[in-house]
Design a binder for this molecule. Structure first.
Ligand SMILES: Nc1ncnc2c1ncn2[C@@H]1O[C@H](COP(=O)(O)OP(=O)(O)OP(=O)(O)O)[C@@H](O)[C@H]1O
Length: 321
């Protein structure tokens, strides 16, 4: 059976059914719609004012690749300028390939790129050194904690270095996780790693917050974006997006005076100090490199190989005649 006509341009054959609406669109109309939706997210949420100098957290992965590409398309309309900031965590066998992808993107899209390294920012500590230092102490979990906190700090440093006024990161419907965490942590207020920014830090936002993982992959596919690919098999659920919408409404409704945050929230709001606290703990146990061991974070085996990237075939329309 031939593919249906695109429901938007009525000229080309449809190439996909949009996961949420079921609308059949050709690749070009889908990309245009996707960009328009991100534009709406930015404008409606007042995420990036005209004149903003925006540091894009560029990991080389699909989310930040799509984010950078979409914002580059929208930049003239939004009146913003972009600067890619990549963090080199010092993870042997993993980050190098991702950074190479970021360099190719910067060159192709003619965007300025700054790379900041943990080793330079944190007194010689790389994630490989952290992994060795924390070995035997619930290592995998400790590594994620260190990496998340230090990366946030490094991105902030990089953004300030390039004179950015705002920071943006990928995170499409992963936002739901943050939303849920915030609901659970604070029945009385909305704050934290999700849609807000931390005290003293540059404003940080997630323009892809309402996009689904599947559509991010489809956008990358139709725009033929070159990115460093890991597992892309996570699906999108409408409930997840509804949750993010609810959080946005909750944030807008939060006009009443705020109650003092409970203790866990105060801890969340001090991630910059958290980085120093974690580094202090590491240094107390010995300088970077004091413990020898194999590089790489995965104690169960060697660092993961990148997986080939594929769009979710369940929503692509087969191109048969
Ligand atoms: N090394 C890095 N350098 C700069 N920004 C980063 C780096 N790692 C992550 N980020 C930013 O944080 C966001 C969330 O990263 P995380 O690894 O949690 O999610 P992800 O879904 O794998 O993102 P991506 O597909 O962009 O790699 C990324 O989209 C990116 O904007």
């Amino acid at each position: 059976m031939p593919a249906p006509q695109c429901a938007s341009c009525h000229k080309a054959r449809a190439a996909l059914h949009r996961p949420r609406s079921g609308q059949a669109l050709c690749g070009a109309c889908f990309c245009t719609a996707f960009e328009a939706e991100v534009l709406h997210t930015v404008i409606a949420g007042r995420l990036l004012p005209p004149g903003a100098v925006v540091a894009v957290g560029a990991s080389g992965g699909k989310d930040s690749t799509v984010l950078a590409h979409v914002l580059r398309e929208l930049a003239p309309r939004l009146g913003i300028s972009l600067h890619l900031v990549a963090v080199d965590e010092g993870i042997g066998g993993y980050r190098d390939a991702a950074l190479a992808a970021v360099r190719r993107q910067a060159a192709r899209w003619e965007l300025p790129l700054t790379v900041v390294a943990y080793a330079d920012l944190f007194g010689g500590w790389t994630m490989d050194a952290v992994a060795r230092s924390t070995a035997g102490s619930g290592r995998s979990r400790a590594c994620c904690t260190f990496c998340g906190v230090l990366r946030r700090r490094a991105l902030e440093e990089g953004a300030r270095l390039v004179g950015a006024t705002h920071v943006v990161t990928g995170e499409p419907d992963d936002m739901a996780e943050a939303v849920l965490m915030n609901f659970l942590r604070a029945a009385g207020g909305w704050r934290g790693r999700g849609l807000g920014s931390q005290a003293g830090a540059l404003p940080r936002c997630h323009p892809l917050q309402l996009a689904s993982q599947k559509e991010v992959v489809l956008y990358a596919h139709f725009r033929r974006l070159d990115y460093f690919s890991e597992c892309v098999s996570r699906g999108a659920a409408s409930a997840v997006l509804d949750l993010v919408h609810s959080a946005g409404r909750l944030a807008l409704a939060r006009q009443r005076p705020r109650r003092p945050a409970p203790a866990p929230l105060r801890a969340l709001a001090s991630a910059l100090c958290q980085a120093c606290a974690l580094l202090g703990g590491l240094n107390a146990a010995g300088p970077p490199g004091h413990r020898q061991g194999p590089p790489g974070l995965d104690e169960e085996g060697p660092p993961r190989e990148p997986q080939p990237s594929r769009p979710p075939t369940s929503i692509l329309i087969p191109t048969t005649s």
